[in-house]
Design a protein around this ligand. Structure first.
Ligand SMILES: NC(=O)c1ccc[n+]([C@@H]2O[C@H](COP(=O)([O-])OP(=O)(O)OC[C@H]3O[C@@H](n4cnc5c(N)ncnc54)[C@H](O)[C@@H]3O)[C@@H](O)[C@H]2O)c1
Length: 254
């Protein structure tokens, strides 16, 4: 019970690694408030959590809308009395597009959800964490902040900026007992990469490429990401702030 009596917010927790992390947090004793645009995924998460007696609630939330994110964090405080940690996880991929063919609309959509959504999560969690006497923020960046294969300019830009934002917050709030870290997942087996495969001309070749750039030779799982987020969200990582924790099966070591 590494999160006994803690209160957590997870954005983008209706699917993928956010869902795995929300369920892990709850299994470890936390009350978890999940925000996501996917109402159906949210309902199935609530049903799955209820079956195991886990304390997970859901609020329809678009992280690119500031009022939605403010409401999500207010719900955690209203329902559970405080906020201890937020996992700013919601994000979308950029379909592979040559950098000179990216429309302003596509660029803005990826930045709005990935970067602005993470900013809103930090901005509105910080006062709640200060009222709590401290807490933790974990932002979902990506190895794309450091290593790319091309065709994903807006995504890589959003994830690089999340690293910079994470460091600024870590420095600014360290003296007030708030730690802010990021994770940098490699290729993880979630809906995002299933969609990337569907869009590929040769899905089998794409999967083979992912394996070949990953020394451990496979995709990571949502549960493996959850364990890393749990570490950064709790006192197990009490002397860690301002880092990006790379969880990539060895990819950026190559
Ligand atoms: N899958 C990977 O290989 C990989 C690697 C590195 C980083 N990431 C990052 O991990 C995070 C989670 O991605 P995933 O792989 O689990 O993908 P996913 O598509 O399986 O899950 C993303 C979740 O975010 C939700 N979401 C999308 N837009 C939203 C919005 N505007 N507001 C609220 N929720 C929204 C989706 O409904 C979904 O439930 C993303 O930030 C992604 O960039 C993924």
């Amino acid at each position: 019970m590494r999160m006994q009596d803690m209160v957590a917010v997870v954005t983008g927790g209706a699917g993928g690694m956010g869902r795995a992390t929300a369920l892990l947090f709850a299994r470890e004793g936390a009350s978890v408030v999940v925000g996501d645009v996917d109402a159906q995924g949210g309902a199935s998460l609530i049903a799955e959590a209820a079956q195991s007696g886990l304390n997970v609630s859901f609020l329809l939330t678009d992280v690119s809308r500031e009022a939605d994110v403010a409401n999500l964090i207010a719900k955690a405080e209203t329902d559970h009395g405080r906020l201890d940690t937020i996992f700013n996880n919601a994000g979308i991929e950029q379909p592979v597009t040559a950098s000179d063919a990216i429309s302003e609309q596509l660029f803005e959509r990826v930045i709005d959800i990935n970067l602005k959504g993470t900013f809103f999560g930090c901005k509105h969690a910080l006062p709640a964490l200060l009222r709590n006497g401290g807490g933790t923020i974990v932002n979902n960046s990506s190895v794309s902040a450091f290593a790319n294969v091309g065709g994903n300019l807006s995504y890589a830009a959003s994830k690089g900026a999340i690293m910079s934002m994470t460091r600024v917050i870590a420095i600014e709030y360290a003296a007030r007992n708030i730690r802010c870290n990021a994770i940098n997942p490699g290729v993880i087996d979630t809906g995002m990469n299933q969609r990337n495969m569907q869009l590929a001309e040769d899905p089998a070749a794409l999967e083979q490429k992912w394996r070949s750039i990953t020394p451990l030779g496979r995709m990571g799982t949502g549960d493996e990401i959850g364990e890393a987020v749990l570490f950064l969200a709790t006192k197990q990582s009490s002397f860690v702030t301002g880092i990006g924790l790379v969880i990539d099966g060895g990819r950026i070591a190559t």
